[in-house]
Design a protein around this ligand. Sequence first.
Ligand code: KIV
Ligand code: ZN
Length: 511
Amino acid sequence: MTDRLIIFDTTLRDGEQSPGASMTKDEKVRIAKALERMRVDIIEAGFPIASPGDFAAVQAVATAVKESRVCGLARALDTDIDRAGEALKTAVAPRIHTFIATSPIHMQKKLRMEPDQVVAQAVRAVKRARQFTDDVEFSPEDAGRSDPDFLCRILEAVIDAGAGTLNIPDTVGYAMPEQFGALIRQLRERIPNADKAVFSVHCHNDLGLAVANSLAAVANGARQVECTINGLGERAGNAALEEIVMAVRTREDYFKCNTNLDTTQIVPASRLVAGITGFAVQPNKAIVGVNAFAHESGIHQDGVLKSRETYEIMHAEDVGWSANRMVLGKHSGRNAFRTRLQELGVSFVTEEELNDAFGRFKDLADKKHEIYDDDLQALVTDANLEAGNERVKLLTLRVCSETGETPEAHLTLWFDGGEHGAQAQGGGPVDASYRAIESVVKSGATLLLYSVNNITTGTDAQGEVTVRLEKGGRIVNGQGADTDIVIASAKAYVNAVNKIIAPAAKAHPQV
Ligand code: KIV
Ligand code: ZN
C-alpha cells in the first residue's frame, strides 16, 4: 500500500530569500506555471506583507495557477494574515501558512514572549486564517531546537483551532537525520489529535543534511515535504525538490509512499530557475547537474552499454534530460515558433508579444543556423529581462579590441527618461563596457561575480552571462544572453544595475 507524499514547493518564497535570488512578478508566474506543469501539489508564492511587489506577485500567481494549491506566508499576526488572505482571493485552492517561533532562544531573544503567550498567539492566528480559507498550515519556527513537550502542547492547540497541516521546520539546519525522524514519530504518537493533521517538514541545509533529514521524517510518517528547485533557499538552501522526489520514487519499496509529480518536468524547471535567479547548478549536482547521468569511466560505459541497470538507478529521460533538439531555423515560420514555445510551456498573451519574440528569433537565426530548445528558452528569458529593466536600457554598444591597444567601449543607454552616450577604456572589452555604463548610471555597486556559460555547443552558441552586484549589504543578480558575449555581458550588467538602483523596501519574514 503506497501513501501519497505531498510536495510543497517554496522556491518562490524561501528560495527567493537567497541573497541575490529576487525575482520579478512575471518571473514568479513563469516559475509557478512550470511547477504547475510538474503537478507540484502546493506552491508557496511569497510573503504578501513583505512589500507591495510581493503582494502583487502572490496575487498574480494565485490568479495564473489553476491546478496546484497556492499558499501565502504570514507571521502569526492579524495584519500578515489579512494581507495573505487578500492576496490569495483569486486562488482556486488557497492556503495560508502561518508561523511563530517555539525554541527557547527564539522565544526569549527574538520574540521576548512567554511560552503561554506564544501558544495563545498561534491559536489566534490559525483561527483568523480559517476565516479566509479551510486550508491552514502552522509552523513552529525553529522546531529542530524546540522542546518536544512544548511542541506537543502548541501543535495540539493549533489542530483544535483548525490547522490541517503541521509543518516542522529545522530552521537553522541543526538536526541529525535519526534524531529528526524520531522527533516526527514522537509528535505523531504523543499529540492526541495528531490524526486530524498532515505532518510536514521544512529542512535547511546548513550541515548539508536537508534532504537526509526530510527523508528521515518521511520514513517516520511525514506526508508533506517543503522543498525548492535546485535546493535554493535562505543561507545554504532548503531540501532540493528533485532529490526528494526521485529518492521516494526510486526507493518506493523503502518509503512506501510516492508523489504525483510529472518528473519529466524536473530538468526544464531546474534550468528555468537557474536562468532566472542566476544561481547556476553545479555539474555534479544530483539529478539536475549536467554530469548526473554522464558515465566517464570506460568500465562504467561498457557496463551501461551492456545493461543500463549496471550503473544507472534512474533513467535520464525520466527527469527530463532529453537530447537538445534542433527545432527551428532561419526559414521557420511564426506558427512553428509559437507551437514549439507552447510545447515548452511559454505562451504569449498578446500578438504584439509574439511578434516581438518572433523578431528576436529571426535576428538570432541570422547569426546562428540551428536553434535549439535552450536557445528559445534563453530568448524568452532575455526578452522578459529587458522588459523588466525599468530605469536603464542598453540601446547600442560598440567595442574596439585590438592586440597592443587598450580596449574601448562606446555605448548609448536609456537612463531615467533620456538617451545618454558614453565611452570608456578598460582592461578588456567587458571591463570597458562596465566602466562606460557606470559613468552614466553611477550605481557605485561592487561586482561580486561575473560568469559566462554557453547555452548550447559550438562557437556560434549564445553566451549566458550572470553578474552579481552588491551595495550597502544588498545583493542582486543580473542576466543577459547573446551570441556576442560582450553584448550579453553588458545586458547582464544593465539588468543587475536596474535592480540595485530600485528601492528595496521588503520585509524578511523571520527577522
Ligand atoms: O525555515 C523556516 O523556519 C521557515 C518558516 C517560515 C517555515 O522558512
Ligand atoms: Zn525556511
